[in-house]
Design a protein around this ligand. Sequence first.
Ligand SMILES: [Zn+2]
Ligand SMILES: [Zn+2]
Length: 120
Amino acid sequence: MPQKLKRACNQPGCPALTHDRYCPLHKKQKQQRYQQERGTAASRGYTYQWQKYRLRFLKKNPLCVHCENKGVLTPSEHVDHIIAVTGPNDPLFWKESNHQALCHSCHSRKTVLEDGGFGR
Ligand SMILES: [Zn+2]
Ligand SMILES: [Zn+2]
């Protein structure tokens, strides 16, 4: 069996010869880029998934828990993360035990507190 001829890497300007389309270095770079693109597609998809989840959660938890604690019945509008999360990749993001239903005013009050509010 004659050895297959090596070809130049498909990356313009790269002098490396390879049996593949890309030399090992550029192969790795392409794979990383592919994974990054998949990552952003997933985070775009999360918005839709989250909207669906939110509606289901609010149906199950129709009252604001903060207001309910004070004996006031207010319809919930937001799914709030009890422990603040950094984004959809955060392990706590989709944890139902980390979610609570809040009305608009309780949610914005909490957001103000978490952002440091007027102290900044
Ligand atoms: Zn290359
Ligand atoms: Zn409330």
